[in-house]
Ligand binder design. Structure first.
Ligand SMILES: Cc1ncc(COP(=O)(O)O)c(C=O)c1O
Length: 360
């Protein structure tokens, strides 16, 4: 940032209003190119994190009162964004490993006047699911035929644990119906608040909406990121990060197996930094979260990930805090809390029999 600011021309503050700094957009366009995608800089709008990109996308393709299809479970930020804009959510079944169920989506589209879909096809939050390339292609085709925009939230896409970064659904977009939203928040620098949207056929509307809502994204952050992408090896950084996340996931899974109640089911995503757990019947994850918080441990209860609070025995664990020596203690405490809940649930359901009194 220091280097970038030394070179900053004050006129840039005017020149780099929405859609954002041209050199940064060029660097992002090159990154699309490195995975074989043709996304010109002119299609990109720089935003304040992916959250603004997603909100602008929603605003550009819907009117208050419209129906938007979302995954279930889904990122609570999506639920909040829909609520804020007065939109109605309709949930599409989503598999913990393979993501959006296309048959369920087809049914939802037949039954509801869906105006847009907001999906995370790669390393979904909270489950970490990833749709196959074939399913992504089918999804894009299905929505394009029906003229339904796909708002693709791809903030975890760069965090593949293996060598291959799964291409976003946008890679199969031939007609501009996909609005691909991402950021550097999860992969490089959350505090800089730099995100973007590749808006397809909606790019001009997005640029205008960005201008009307906040004029521009903070220029020092844009220039610092541009400087970094031009002169440093983002890919080398990503390789190290992915490797660490993969090791951390393995460690976390081993600890869960050791300390959590028998019957706990857990996902094993190929990227990102979340694990999604289904605990045995009898555990309430909201109580668990509150008890854990008193011990200084943060987890996300399943309740947060659906409008109807249906994931009451589910938990999302974040293993993104690399090499934290407190991890084992924290997982053990969570396991103890879950086991204690199960024990008291079993005791409550067992008939109390006092051996001294005679039966009626
Ligand atoms: C799925 C998902 N989308 C979007 C965001 C927001 O990203 P940003 O910090 O770049 O605004 C988050 C952050 O938690 C997220 O998990």
């Amino acid at each position: 940032m220091t280097r970038a600011l030394k070179r900053m021309d004050p006129w840039q503050t005017v020149e780099d209003l929405s859609p954002g700094n041209a050199l940064l957009r060029h660097q992002i366009s090159l990154r699309y190119g490195s995975v074989g995608m043709d996304v010109p800089a002119s299609e990109l709008v720089i935003t304040s994190g992916a959250m603004e990109a997603l909100n602008l996308a929603l605003e550009s393709v819907t009117q208050p009162g419209d129906v938007v299809a979302i995954e279930t479970p889904t990122f609570y930020g999506a639920l909040q964004a829909l609520e804020r804009r007065g939109l109605r959510a309709v949930e599409v079944e989503t598999h913990p490993r393979t993501g959006v169920d296309l048959d369920s989506l087809a049914r939802v589209i037949d039954e509801h006047p869906v105006k847009a879909c907001w999906f995370m096809p790669t390393f979904q939050n909270p489950m970490g699911s990833t749709m196959s390339d074939a399913a992504k292609e089918q999804l894009v085709g299905m929505l394009a035929t029906r003229a339904i925009p796909l708002i693709e939230d791809d903030v975890y896409g760069e965090l593949a644990h293996g060598a291959r970064r799964p291409p976003p659904a946008k890679a199969w977009d031939r007609t501009g119906w996909v609005l691909h939203c991402s950021s550097f928040s999860k992969s490089l620098a959350p505090g800089y608040r730099i995100g973007w949207v590749a808006g397809g056929r909606f790019a001009a509307t997005l640029g205008r909406n960005k201008l009307m809502s906040s004029l521009a994204t903070a220029l020092p952050s844009q220039l610092a990121l541009q400087e970094y992408l031009q002169h440093k090896s983002f890919d080398r950084h990503l390789r190290a990060l992915r490797h660490s996340l993969s090791r951390q996931q393995a460690a976390c899974l081993r600890l869960i197996e050791r300390y959590f109640p028998t019957g706990t089911q857990v996902t094993c995503p190929e990227g990102g930094y979340f694990l999604w757990l289904a605990l045995p019947e009898g555990v309430d994850s909201l109580t668990l979260q509150q008890d854990a918080l008193r011990l200084g441990i943060g987890v996300a209860p399943g309740h947060l990930f659906s409008a109807d609070r249906r994931y009451t025995r589910h938990l999302r664990i974040n293993y993104g805090h690399l090499a934290d020596p407190r991890l084992e203690g924290a997982i053990r405490s969570l396991g103890d809390l879950a086991n204690a809940q199960l024990k008291s649930a079993t005791e409550k359901s067992e008939p109390i029999f006092d051996g001294h009194s005679s039966r009626p």
